[in-house]
Design a protein around this ligand. Structure first.
Ligand SMILES: *[C@@H]1O[C@H](CO)[C@@H](O)[C@H](O)[C@H]1NC(C)=O
Ligand SMILES: *[C@@H]1O[C@H](CO)[C@@H](O)[C@H](O)[C@H]1NC(C)=O
Ligand SMILES: CC(=O)N[C@H]1CO[C@H](CO)[C@@H](O)[C@@H]1O
Length: 162
């Protein structure tokens, strides 16, 4: 497991200015530091959306952007069976690496699809690694003690769970 950033409130970063992008990155960094005691050098932009400004601000904030090259389809309505078909097609195509997009917020992904995919990929001799392991980079730029929950721990109600 490796925890990365996905921004604070899941916006389309292409629609934000530099200040707003910085705020989205920093707020989530503060939360990860409080909850887990880590700083991540990786960020997956919501919807996979980014532009030159996003790249520039991410770089200033010491973040590498992560993009997938395989989509299980779980967040856009694929059933478990359809997602399994997508994995099987990818495996059968002979690709040697897969950076797979899945959403644990989809209950069936967490409870059924993930276990199925792990078994199939391992049976096909894929080695499962974190992104950091794949790139030979450190998973975190800082690892320290967990924070203690206090009044500053809250979630705004408008945060999307996608
Ligand atoms: C960025 O957008 C925010 C909110 O729309 C606005 O208040 C702020 O002035 C903008 N900052 C810059 C530098 O354009
Ligand atoms: C996986 O690797 C093992 C050991 O090298 C080999 O026997 C097996 O045929 C491979 N399986 C596939 C599906 O390539
Ligand atoms: C992202 C992706 O490839 N999704 C496909 C998964 O499988 C379903 C059903 O075959 C397709 O409709 C999706 O396009």
């Amino acid at each position: 497991m490796q925890i990365c950033s996905h921004t604070w409130s899941h916006p389309n970063l292409k629609t934000l200015n530099a200040t707003e992008i910085t705020d989205e990155i920093m707020k989530n960094d503060v939360a990860l530091m409080k909850i887990l005691g880590v700083t991540t050098p990786f960020l997956r932009p919501p919807y996979g959306n980014y532009n030159d400004l996003v790249l520039e601000v991410a770089s200033e904030q010491n973040k590498n952007l992560l993009i997938w090259d395989f989509d299980s389809g779980d967040s856009v309505g694929a059933t478990v069976q359809e997602s399994e078909g997508n994995y099987t097609a990818a495996i059968n195509s002979g690709v040697t690496t897969l950076l797979a997009l899945n959403h644990e917020t989809e209950k069936t992904t967490a409870l059924i699809l993930a276990a199925w995919a792990i078994e199939k990929l391992q049976a096909a001799n894929y080695t499962l690694v974190t992104v950091a392991q794949c790139l030979g980079l450190d998973p975190y730029t800082y690892v320290g003690p967990l924070g203690q929950r206090d009044d500053s721990w809250y979630c705004p109600e408008d945060v999307s769970d996608d």
